[in-house]
Design a protein around this ligand. Structure first.
Ligand SMILES: Nc1ncnc2c1ncn2[C@@H]1O[C@H](COP(=O)(O)OP(=O)(O)OP(=O)(O)O)[C@@H](O)[C@H]1O
Length: 247
């Protein structure tokens, strides 16, 4: 069985009387895409918040490569190897693609105040940034301002920013949002290759992409995992069809 990179053990999180996460346990293994799906309000963002470190679970634990993350800050988790791309674009529009990725690397290295060294010539930033752009097939756009990129290319840059930090596991929150069929197909192809290097926990509304990409799917309803399995199992599960697919 493949190595477990990320594991969630009995996570619980309530907002007042609302149990937004209920006894959630799941893991992410080397070489896979594990998708987390669920209808609106199912608790996906709340769960991602706990994994990324923006929210503290009430009980339960989160481990990355066997290390306890639960009480670590967002930055500590990132340094330990938890990569994350965001639903809302966080790129600096006027800056080049390369510069955006280098800034992401710089933030992780904790050298935000290296005034004495021009960022554009710093090999310790350039090399990981270039490598990440290569993996997202974006080197031809390296010196283009982000403002000139298509929506799909911006999504690729966002993933590249996360990759440049050399994560052991990657959280992708709705990477297909707003992409047309072509952009979505291209990103799907890239993620299929990427997962072999970095396993991906994928939150995604685009069901076609989920069924095509995911090795395993966990279905969240009212904060709890109601089903878990491969695409074929999830498609046929009557509880999932009733709760999520509305069929
Ligand atoms: N900070 C908060 N305070 C109170 N309730 C919250 C808070 N954050 C989320 N909730 C509630 O927790 C439940 C789960 O919300 P969450 O945003 O995690 O769901 P989701 O699956 O990500 O939904 P969507 O697909 O619409 O983004 C919802 O009922 C929501 O209203």
């Amino acid at each position: 069985m493949s190595e477990i990179l990320l594991s969630l053990d009995n996570l619980n999180k309530s907002f007042g009387a609302l149990r937004a996460t209920q006894d959630v346990s799941l893991d992410l293994r080397a070489g896979e895409i594990h998708a987390l799906i669920g209808p609106n309000g199912a608790g996906k963002s709340t769960l991602i918040g706990q994994i990324a470190g923006n929210l503290r679970p009430d009980t339960g634990s989160i481990q990355l490569v066997g290390q306890e993350l639960t009480s670590m800050s967002v930055a500590q988790r990132a340094r330990l190897g938890l990569g994350r791309s965001f639903q809302v674009s966080s790129l600096a529009e006027p800056l080049s693609v390369m510069r955006n990725v280098m800034v992401a690397v710089q933030a992780l290295q904790g050298h935000s105040f290296r005034f004495w060294k021009p960022v554009n010539h710093d090999r310790s930033l350039l090399e990981p940034a270039y490598e990440a752009l290569e993996r997202m097939q974006l080197t031809h756009r390296a010196w283009t301002p982000v403002s000139e990129l298509s929506h799909g290319e911006r999504r690729q840059v966002e993933v590249a920013c996360a990759l440049a930090l050399k994560p052991r596991a990657l959280l992708l929150d709705e990477p297909m949002a707003g992409l047309g069929p072509e952009g979505s197909a291209h990103l799907t192809e890239l993620l299929e290759t990427l997962k072999l290097e970095v396993p991906i926990l994928l939150i995604e509304h685009d069901m076609e992409a989920v069924f095509r990409l995911a090795d395993r799917i966990s279905v969240l309803v009212a904060g709890a995992v109601i089903a878990h399995g491969d695409s074929a199992t999830i498609r046929q599960d009557p509880r999932v069809r009733e709760a999520y697919l509305g069929d």
